[in-house]
Design a protein around this ligand. Structure first.
Ligand SMILES: Cc1cc2nc3c(=O)[nH]c(=O)nc-3n(C[C@H](O)[C@H](O)[C@H](O)COP(=O)(O)OP(=O)(O)OC[C@H]3O[C@@H](n4cnc5c(N)ncnc54)[C@H](O)[C@@H]3O)c2cc1C
Length: 385
């Protein structure tokens, strides 16, 4: 068992870290304050260094990297800007990855290159106003008409919704069939009847234009169904298995940023004639942070490693997201405490890390839903014994 990063993975860390520090750092606070997306030149620059096609094959213009390199890239981006990390992970893991996994050759020819190069930005949308954790209860309908489907409905909280171009959209062919009636459609924003609704005013990750989407009689060719029509729920669940590793890496990146800021401050800030890090009350906080973050990283790498090996990883993916997101929340809470009053004001980024961390416990399945997945697997295992 070798727990160290290999040469390629170290190179990815170095390259993404220096890009994030040199190009994104100055934008991270601006995106948050103004709730605005990254300038298009930076999005294009990220395409040039393959961040929009991290694991896509080279034939589609991707970097063809392994799953651990992918998590390393998301961690490094999210250390600087969780909002940018979010946009990149959603595009790669719940849009491009399922397209590569389930797409027909025709779908790959039409969409894979544009997505992997970052010329088009992708999203994935299941959630609706009345269907969140209970994803099988979606109401967006798809009705067959000749060789096309007519899509009607509303989606909520779509990451990359305001800026994206291509979306994987879950719709029901028959609401009575619940999960077994769902299909996933590849939809383009410029299809007539496709409208972007309100962009959300959020607590964190404010540089991502998370929005509503509306479909009013959008006519989609039948060849845009991803996977088999009645198999859409499975496509969505497999997409989320991949996605959750990315969200865990995002949580790790946010936690690392908060931990490093707190450790640096604890070494510098003096009270009672000593650096505050010399007080056990503060040093123990740093010890807990570092231990939790290292443990989260190991769970993330394990899930990515299993996925790369083609072994089952759904439960491990849920476990790494469940753990990394709560570690990130705890680390940010304690980091803010180490900064005292200075942690509470907007001059320093610690309060942003705290706000950004919270969402990792909610999207791509809440912590409670992760526990349901893990708990069900435990019961299955022990009931067999
Ligand atoms: C910033 C942001 C970006 C997002 N991006 C996307 C996206 O790109 N695509 C997309 O499809 N969705 C997206 N979402 C939606 C997100 O995945 C959902 O918000 C999440 O799955 C929870 O659904 P909900 O908000 O409807 O909460 P609900 O499902 O209503 O849950 C409310 C509470 O009840 C708990 N709960 C629900 N059921 C159970 C149960 N059986 N047992 C125990 N507790 C339960 C939940 O854990 C939660 O605490 C995004 C959300 C946000 C805020």
């Amino acid at each position: 068992m070798d727990l160290s990063l290999n040469g390629t993975q170290l190179m990815v860390r170095k390259a993404v870290r220096s890009f994030a520090r040199e190009a994104l750092e100055e934008w991270a606070g601006v995106l948050d304050r103004e709730s605005r997306p990254l300038p298009s030149e930076l999005t294009a620059e990220m395409g040039r260094i393959n961040l929009w096609g991290i694991q896509a094959p080279r034939e589609y213009g991707g970097a063809d990297l392994d799953g651990i390199s992918y998590t390393v890239a998301i961690e490094e981006l999210s250390r600087v800007s969780a909002a940018v990390g979010l946009g990149v992970t959603v595009h790669n893991s719940v849009c491009l990855a399922p397209l590569l996994k389930f797409g027909t050759q025709d779908q790959l020819n039409r969409y894979a290159h544009e997505l992997a190069s970052g010329k088009k930005i992708g999203g994935f949308t299941v959630t609706e106003p009345q269907a969140g954790s209970d994803a099988a209860s979606i109401c967006t309908t798809a009705v067959r008409k000749g060789d096309r489907y007519i899509i009607n409905g509303q989606k909520a909280f779509v990451t990359n919704g305001g800026t994206g171009d291509i979306f994987l959209v879950a719709a029901t062919l028959d609401p009575k069939k619940k999960a077994r009636g769902i299909a996933v459609f590849i939809m383009e924003k410029n299809m007539p009847g496709f409208e972007v609704g309100k962009v959300e005013d959020m607590m964190g990750v404010r540089g991502n234009m998370v929005s509503e989407l509306y479909f009013n009689n959008v006519s989609v060719p039948a060849e845009n169904i991803l996977g088999r029509a009645e198999d859409g729920f499975r496509v969505c669940m497999q997409a989320l298995d991949i996605g959750r590793i990315g969200i865990a890496a995002q949580a790790l990146g946010i936690g690392m940023a908060a931990y490093e800021a707190a450790a640096g401050y604890a070494a510098e800030r003096r009270q009672f004639g000593r650096p505050i890090g010399e007080f056990q009350g503060v040093a123990f906080k740093l010890a807990e942070m570092k231990t939790g973050l290292d443990a989260a990283r190991l769970l993330i790498y394990r899930a990515a490693h299993l996925k790369d090996k083609g072994l089952p990883y759904s439960v491990e993916s849920a476990m790494c997201k469940r753990y990394a997101s709560s570690v990130a929340m705890e680390v940010c809470r304690e980091a803010l405490q180490v900064f005292g009053g200075y942690g509470y004001v907007k001059d320093l980024p610690v309060e942003r890390y705290f706000r950004d961390a919270k969402i990792t416990e909610i999207y791509e399945g809440t912590s409670e839903v992760m526990n349901i997945i893990i708990g069900n697997a435990i019961m299955k295992e022990f009931e067999r014994m």
